[in-house]
Design a protein around this ligand. Structure first.
Ligand code: ADP
Length: 400
């Protein structure tokens, strides 16, 4: 039934994703993606009532152009959807140091999102454009726009986790701390595994691994995130598609002072030319590594480094669990679809009680979920993430 629908908008640095769904019955009526903004050919792909479509919409389009297209195309014509929307949920990447939860968007919220731009210079401005245009195009919902932050799940981390060991004044004066990212996904899969384990969320002790192009691990104790691998920005932590994750900061000084590379270029190297792409010198797409793991040296080495780092993080988070670990959860494009990664990573955690079940692990991919460990092992699960649903659920909670 078309009622109580939430429109979810996710403006990325070079794409706009959108969906209309009912957070109660979890049914998605419309979903779509405009990608390749600012490039020569911009296409929109969408799925409406189960049917997929694709259309060329112009060249060198901006976020504003894409959003105008989306609103005009879907909300003027598809009246049945439009009249049943009750609120709009915006994914916002960074909430800075003040925002601890999802909130209704007003002038104050907009100012706080602007204040956090230095921590997410590519994403927060795009998120603000989405908010502005949604409010202009759909004024009827102007008081029903909700911001759902990637960072809010981490705002209750203890100081021991979020402070860097640099002079304290950088935190006090400039708010330099660990903020984390992917919070909506970690929260979503943790709440799903709580249902599977028949536990209340606030008694749940899990380690969640979101492994996509960006990748992060979170330690959740009694339903609160107590540590996460991404830091001030999403550059820290695991090996990612094109991001380096953890490095010795001295490498930056070496590149700059000894090799004469500019600071801007070093930033590009660490964010766009490193990780799996940098190690393999071929690809950041995990399909390449899965296909060539047993035949190509660069594929094997890259995957082994990826899993080495991941298993080190998981093992180190065990010490934050106090007396019990309920499960490890894998999610994200790689976590959900690449049994090889889960097998290699879990095999390194044998000493702390994980025994992968080869058959169970092999068949869980392409949207399937379930247990991938042996019955006598500590449990590890694959749970497909659903950030749009999590944003819609947050939105309905706030507007009510
Ligand atoms: P993000 O949302 O961070 O852009 P995703 O969660 O979509 O990333 O994950 C993208 C990664 O997942 C890519 O490395 C991609 O190759 C990998 N991936 C997605 N589906 C599959 C699959 N069926 N088999 C192997 N790898 C996959």
């Amino acid at each position: 039934m078309l009622n109580n629908l939430i429109f979810v908008l996710n403006c990325g640095s070079s794409s706009v994703k959108f969906a209309v769904l009912n957070p109660n019955n979890k049914k998605k009526y419309l979903s779509g993606l405009v990608e390749c903004l600012f490039l020569s050919e911009t296409y929109i792909k969408w799925k409406y009532l189960g049917i997929e479509h694709k259309k060329y919409i112009g060249s060198h389009l901006s976020h504003k152009d894409a959003l105008n297209f989306i609103f005009d195309e879907f909300f003027l014509e598809k009246k049945d959807i439009y009249t049943n929307i009750i609120g709009i949920g915006h994914r916002v990447v960074h909430g800075g140091n003040k925002i601890k939860s999802s909130i209704l968007i007003d002038d104050n919220t907009i100012q706080l999102i602007k204040n956090a731009i230095p921590f997410a210079p590519l994403h927060n401005p795009a998120n603000l454009i989405g908010i502005k245009i949604a409010m202009e195009k759909l004024p009827i919902f102007s008081k029903k726009n909700v911001a759902v932050f990637d960072t809010s799940f981490y705002q209750n981390m203890p100081e021991t986790s979020f402070l860097y060991a640099i002079p304290y004044s950088f935190y006090k004066k400039h708010h330099i701390r660990r903020y984390g990212a992917h919070g909506t996904s970690h929260y979503y899969v943790a709440s799903e595994v709580a249902v599977i384990l028949n536990k209340s969320f606030n008694s749940l002790n899990v380690i969640t691994c979101h492994l996509g192009n960006g990748a992060s691990v979170s330690a959740i104790r009694n339903g609160i995130c107590v540590d996460t691998s991404m830091g001030l920005t999403p550059l820290e932590g695991l090996v990612m598609g094109t991001r380096s994750g953890d490095i010795d900061p001295s490498i930056i000084f070496f590149m700059h002072r000894i090799l004469g590379i500019s600071i801007d270029k070093i930033y590009t190297i660490l964010t766009k030319e490193s990780g799996l792409l940098g190690l393999s010198e071929i690809s950041s797409d995990f399909r390449y590594f899965e296909k060539n793991y047993y035949s190509k040296k660069n594929a094997k080495l890259s995957v082994d480094i990826f899993c080495h780092r991941l298993s080190k993080y998981i093992a180190s988070y065990i010490c934050l669990m106090e007396n019990r670990l309920d499960a490890i959860v894998f999610t994200g494009g790689i976590g959900e679809n690449v049994p090889l990664i889960r097998e290699i990573t879990l095999s390194k955690l044998l000493l702390i009680g994980f025994k992968v079940d080869i058959q169970r692990n092999l068949i869980i991919k392409n949207g399937k979920y379930g247990l991938i460990t042996q019955d006598e092992s500590r449990p590890a699960f694959v749970i497909p993430t659903n950030e749009e649903l999590a944003i819609a659920q947050e939105t309905i909670k706030i507007i009510r």
